[in-house]
Design a protein around this ligand. Structure first.
Ligand code: NAX
Length: 327
């Protein structure tokens, strides 16, 4: 039997985690041959709920789940972790501006970055989900100087999946036929869902789509606003679909992306596509042997470039707001 992998999850008593932890324990993320230990972190006020979640995990008798650790101490949660899912963050409450939220959560991610640097496995892979996810990932990178920045990413996979779903519905195609989708930029409503490279069975979607106006008038705004519309409709923010995106993101990063496709991950920009280096930005990537590579040399239209710059400028503004935490 393989050695167990320690997976730390923050915000473990929250709604995304309640959809996620059982799927991880079932082997959906790392296969059913990989034993795991779950190290679950939440704030002191959520410990009772978290103990209840741990009881349910135990009662599922998942063969690969060796141990569940429940704690409110990030040092305990992150110790020797090889995978860390940073989901815990304060939600925006009534009357709170987006800027206030950035400030509050930024402090948490700076502290967690330092603790990860000291306590996690040196090769730990970290996914940031808690919002503002891209900027929080940048804060983690800058506060964990001993970790490889390529081992930190933030989640755009839900946006990527939402974009595929819209195209599949529009063209009445099975999901599995749609390849090479990408959502550039920030996980916010400036993100740029881009189907100009996407293919169905090797044919460009742009050559099949009868009505190109649909892209700017419906496709892009629908994907950008999908999270808000889910909240309005369900009364709660996306949880099961977010958990599903975490599973897909980590599975592909660690075990490899499909040979004739790519996925969207927010990663540290390196100057590709004229996005200046040093911000965490959504790019198309392929993954092999636990490493990602940004897909290069895709042609970008003028309009596409304008969308990407808008998202870049928003990220730059966010990073300026918390620059005192960037080490
Ligand atoms: P919930 O409010 O249900 O759960 C959040 C949990 O985090 C709570 O249990 C809370 O006690 C805990 N928490 C707060 N501060 C913490 C800290 N310092 N350490 C550890 N735990 C802490 O939110 P949920 O719906 O699960 O969403 C979690 C985060 O994901 C939010 O920031 C949300 O905005 C973000 N999302 C990001 C998405 C993405 O694609 N990147 C999509 C889904 C989601 O909106």
């Amino acid at each position: 039997m393989k050695a167990p992998i320690r997976i730390a999850v923050t915000g473990a008593a929250g709604q995304i985690s309640y959809s996620l932890l059982f799927r991880i324990a079932n082997g959906d993320m790392l296969t059913r041959e990989q034993p795991i230990i779950l190290q679950l972190l939440d704030i002191p006020q959520a410990q009772q709920t978290l103990r209840g979640v741990a009881m349910e995990l135990e009662d599922c008798v998942f063969p690969m789940l060796q141990q569940v650790i429940v704690t409110d101490d990030p040092k305990v949660a992150f110790r020797d972790a090889e995978i860390v899912l940073l989901i815990g963050a304060r939600p925006r409450s009534k009357g709170m501006e987006r800027n206030d939220l950035i400030e509050i959560n930024a402090g948490t991610f700076a502290e967690q970055g330092k603790i990860l640097n000291a306590f996690a496995a040196p090769h730990v892979k970290i996914l940031v989900v808690g919002n503002p996810a891209n900027t929080n990932a940048l804060i983690v990178i800058r506060n964990a100087p001993d970790l490889n920045p390529k081992n930190v990413s933030s989640m755009m996979r839900l946006d990527h999946n939402r974009a595929i779903a819209q195209v599949a519905r529009k063209l009445s195609q099975p999901i599995g036929n749609i390849k090479k989708m990408v959502v550039w930029g920030n996980h916010s409503d400036t993100q740029f869902p881009d189907l100009s490279h996407a293919e169905i069975r090797g044919r460009k979607i742009l050559d099949i789509l009868p009505d190109h106006n649909w892209i700017e008038s419906e496709f892009i705004p629908t994907v950008q606003k999908r999270g808000t519309v889910v909240i309005e409709t369900r009364g709660l923010s996306s949880a099961a679909s977010a958990a599903n995106a975490v599973i897909g993101h980590m599975h592909d990063w660690i075990l490899g992306s499909h040979h004739d496709d790519w996925v969207t991950m927010s990663v540290l920009s390196d100057g590709s596509y004229d996005i200046p280096a040093g911000l965490v930005f959504g790019f198309p990537v392929t993954c092999h042997n636990g490493d990602y590579q940004i897909v290069q040399n895709l042609p970008i239209s003028k309009l596409g470039h304008r969308h990407m710059l808008e998202s870049y400028r928003e990220l730059l503004k966010e990073s300026e707001q918390i620059k005192h935490l960037l080490g």
